[in-house]
Structure formats: C-alpha cells, structure tokens
Design a protein around this ligand. Sequence first.
Ligand code: S3P
Length: 445
Amino acid sequence: MSVWRVKPGGRLAGTVQVPGDKSVSHRAVLIGALADGVTAVRNLLWGEDVRATVNAVRALGVTVDESGGEVRVHGRGLHSLRAPENPIDCGNAGTAMRLLAGVLAAQPFASELRGDASLSARPMERVAAPLREMGAAISTAPGGVPPLTIGAAHGPLRGMRHDLKVASAQVKSALLLAGLYADGSTTIDEPAVTRNHTELMLHGFGAGISWGNRMVTINPGASLRPGTVTVPNDISAAAFFIVGAAISAGSSLTINAVGMNDTRNAIVNIMRKMGAGITETNNALGAATGSTMESTADLTVHGGALKGVPVNGEQVTIAMDEVPAIAVAAAAAKGRTIITNAAELRVKESDRIATVVAGLKAIGVAVEEHPDGMTITGVDAAGGGRFNGGTVHSGGDHRIAMAFAMAAPAAAGEITVTDCGNVATSFPGFAAAARAAGLRIDERA
Ligand code: S3P
C-alpha cells in the first residue's frame, strides 16, 4: 500500500507534464473501436482506468496496438463486435463501466460488467434504468450496484427522449452510444451542463449528432469514420498543480496543452475568483486535437494571496472532480469558502465530501460538513498562516491523495497520505512529476 510523505513548504516552478485526459482517452478507445477502420490516438492516458477500457474492447474482438508513440485502435464498425468470453473487469473505472453499458446493451450477445470494491458500491441504476426504457435487458445487483448483467438485444433499441434526473456525463454518454443502435433518434435533456466530450468526438467521427442548451440528439444510421486523435492534457490532473502553485508564494508553474473545453475548465474560473494568477497562452481550437474537436491552452500559475469565495451552481457540476483540490486551495485562502451543489461527490471513488472533510480535519483546518458540500475557513497562507501536518487517509481515492499531497506547501509540518496506489488509475508518475516541479514528496511502497 503506497504511502506519501510530503515535507512542508517549498514552491512549484518550471514546466510540468500532466497525462492525457482520462475522459477523452476512454472515449477515443471506445468510439475508435466502433469506427470502420484504424483510429490513431496520440497522448492516450495509459492509466489503469483507460487500460480497463482497452482490455474491454480487446475482449470484444478489437485489436489495440502501439506503434511510433501512437495507440492504434482497429475499429470493427458498429455491428461486428464479438461476444466476450468472460465477464469484463472495469476495475476502479466508473466511466468504463457506464459507457460500455451503453454499447453492450445494444449488442446481439450477452455480457457482464464487473468492478473493484469501490466501483462495486457505486450507483448503476442511473444508467441501467434509461437503457431498459430503450428496450435493453440489463440488470444490476441488489442495491442497484455492479455487476451489470446484460442480455442479448433482439433487434434495435428504441429511440426515445430521456429527461435525466442526475447530471452525469457518463449516463448521457451511455445513452448516446446506445442511440447509435436505436430505431430512431434519441434525445437527452440534462438537468445541468456536463462534459461534452462524447458529443464532440462522435461529431468528429461523423455521427449524426447535434447539441446545445442542455439537450443532445443522436440520429442512428451513419457509420463512424476512423479519426486521428490527439488527447489534450488532463485539466483534472492539472488541477492539483494549479492549486499547489497557487497556494505557495513565489511559485510560477506552467502546464502545457491542457484541455480547456468550457464544460471542464471551471477549476480555472474558480481559482481566478479566489485570486489566483493564471495566464493562458497558445490557445488552440479543435484542430490541434484532431477528431476530438477539443481546445487546449498552456496555463501558467503564479502563487499568491487567495480569498475564500462561494463555490456553487453550474460551476460546481463542471468542476466536480476538482472539488478536493479546490478544498485544499480554500484551506490556504483567507476567509470562508462555502461549497454547495456537490452531493454527487458522495458517490465517486470515495464519499469525497466525507474524505475531504476528514482529511482537512486531520491537518487542523476548520471545516464543517454539509449534505451537499462543506464550509472551509482558510488559514491565509499568503499572510503567513499555516495548517498543521498530519496523516490523511485517501480512502484509496486517487483525487483525494493528490489533492492532499498538494496541501504541503501551506502546511507547518509533514503531511502523510495513505493508500495512494489508485493514483495509477488517472496519473501514473504523479509523485515523480510533483517532485520535479518542487513538491517535497517521498513515495514508499
Ligand atoms: C466522467 C464524468 C463524471 C466525472 C468522471 C468522468 C466522464 O462523472 O466525475 O470522473 O468521463 O464522463 P459523472 O458522469 O458520474 O458525473
């Protein structure tokens, strides 16, 4: 069980390389697998989560190989996947399980999707129920959790309109992928804006899709053209470095080619509202990322004074994965940060409201837990305030581990973070990258 010990103080400087975007990587593999021919993917995130998707499409008969720094997905087209011989193991990856559910629900063969202990406790009826309405034979285990058992589809799914209750890009994406196999158009009405990588990539691959104003419609019929994909660097991985640099005076850190899709970049807006100095250069629209249609920019973050702000509404839905990092910034800021509208955090890789609150308490930060968020009173690091060192339990959750490692620059003592192995799901090599940037982090097995 990997443990990090991070010495207090220090600042972050230079340029850091963060890995390819996890959400875009899953989609590149899965949509590439459904295209008519070879999709070349550059900068794929080779983390455990995306490996689960790669292994899944391999189990469905798709060849995935590497050549000259590119991953090549040999798509079999929409209608030639093979029945898997065994249950498909999605590991820790909710995105893999939910997106695959949408594809598998439409296949003329049966399948089963399983996960690790954390994934096996996460809600799956949110995706199974609307797929069932489309005619899929899909069931969850008692409590609405994995494994997902999926029967063979006898004929096309029913195209229909879904009014989603939960704002979830994974559910939306599953229904869009299922919609490729429906007998008519599928429309999804979302309660709030969620990441639109699936819409952009399906459009880039030639699917009949249109979207706007929280509504998306997919029309079946078109086959998918294989694409050339360059995965942008992951803004959710960059978030830890943005926060680490922002809370330590004298830091100046650049993170290159970060995905700046506006359904993902609320972390930058929130940190700017807190007073962080973040500059964007080399802004590039879709062209740089090929068929992903994603935009990117180089971000440079300067450490300095931060103030507490309300973190609420649509910005929270968009920055949901970044809330653990934002909480660390709030702990170093001057004044109170009230985070609301974040109840979804309770059903992530850990109950992230509980794990963040416990972690902040462990290092002496004043924090109050709410059903849908928390109130944090910061120590004003720029004014010389410090929180304590201490031991933070990550709960096996990659984002909790990385967020608390980045608290060290504003701590008075060493921070120990336990159970960091799952960082390999989204950011293999995080500790080495953080050390190279100036974080005083040591890793023990
Ligand atoms: C993701 C969607 C979000 C996000 C997750 C990745 C995706 O989950 O938290 O890390 O790639 O579609 P929900 O769909 O559960 O909101």
